[in-house]
Design a protein around this ligand. Sequence first.
Ligand SMILES: *Cc1c(COP(=O)(O)O)cnc(C)c1O
Length: 375
Amino acid sequence: MKIEMVDLKGQYKKIKSEIDQAMIDCVESAEFINGKLVTTFADNLAKYVGVKHVIPCANGTDALQIALMALDLKPGDEVIVPAFTYVATAEVIALLNLVPVMVDVMPDDFSINLEQVKKSITPKTKAIVPVHLFGQCAGMEELLQIAKENSIYIVEDTAQAIGAKYIYKDGSIHQAGTMGAIGTTSFFPSKNLGCYGDGGAIFTNNDALAIRIKMMANHGQAKKYQHDVIGVNSRLDTLQAAILDIKLQHLDEYCSARNRAADYYDSGLASIEGLIIPKRVGNSTHVFHQYTMKVMNGKRDALKSYLQECGIPSMVYYPIPLHFQKAYQSERFPIGSLPVSEKLCEEVLSLPIHTEMTTEMQDFIIDSIKKFFNN
Ligand SMILES: *Cc1c(COP(=O)(O)O)cnc(C)c1O
């Protein structure tokens, strides 16, 4: 029994005939760039997530960059981001000569700390980029309220949470990436909806923003050879769109498989002292891009090594908070200034979770963890 963090080979085998045919059709059509399937997939994804416009692009980092470019911010404008996330979120802000303003996250569900967001708002704050980390939505309803009161844009980083559903107080349901002004996602192979290379997309319900986003992603081109703004070249290959259009039809199954695996971990691990299983919040579903536990009492690295000896991979997402990274260090955020993010980097451990997990694998992982804790 070989256990992997993700099993893309096993997942491919199950849909091999569909995927192979789609790839052959695409190659035979020779529509490699901007083929019909790119639009078909974008339309299907828009229907799936419930958003008016989906603009495909080359990867999730580009999606974030193009989203911010479309907002027409000025150099020096501030964008609030959580310090406990993947670097891409802060990177694009800095690249556009904007200022990433880091805030802490909640210790239990890893979502952006709303009180700190409020305190960090200045006249220069123009956007907030919440990250729906590990597959569960941040506190969007309150965040949208804060943004509205301060005329700030929200750009949701939905790279890890495609398909997660957020429930408003009035009972209405909105998918991750469709609530803020703009949402961005990634189709990196290991993401919940992954292609066989790089890919990404941008979501918006705003017609004017959709036009600007399309233009930004296509050399700032309003009409052929008419460039109104400085843009970038960021496209989703037709071949990737063909693959994604098939995998989209399986996304609900994939989410269910991940949730079954998470529930199974929960029941096996909940009673272990010194281990905290992922918190499920009441107002969001979880799509378990990662199953991320907290290992208390300084035992995280020892547990990781022990599991490795047992042949079980595990990962630390993320080992270093953004404000500790050389490229993003700033006097504004000294060591100790974002204590929750700093502590989480020492406590979190993500277990293998994917669409092909078996109970045999999970029993072995759970038993090994129990052995480590002498449980
Ligand atoms: C994966 C990821 C990205 C970047 O996506 P790429 O397609 O790799 O550029 C951005 N933000 C988060 C939170 C991610 O997990």
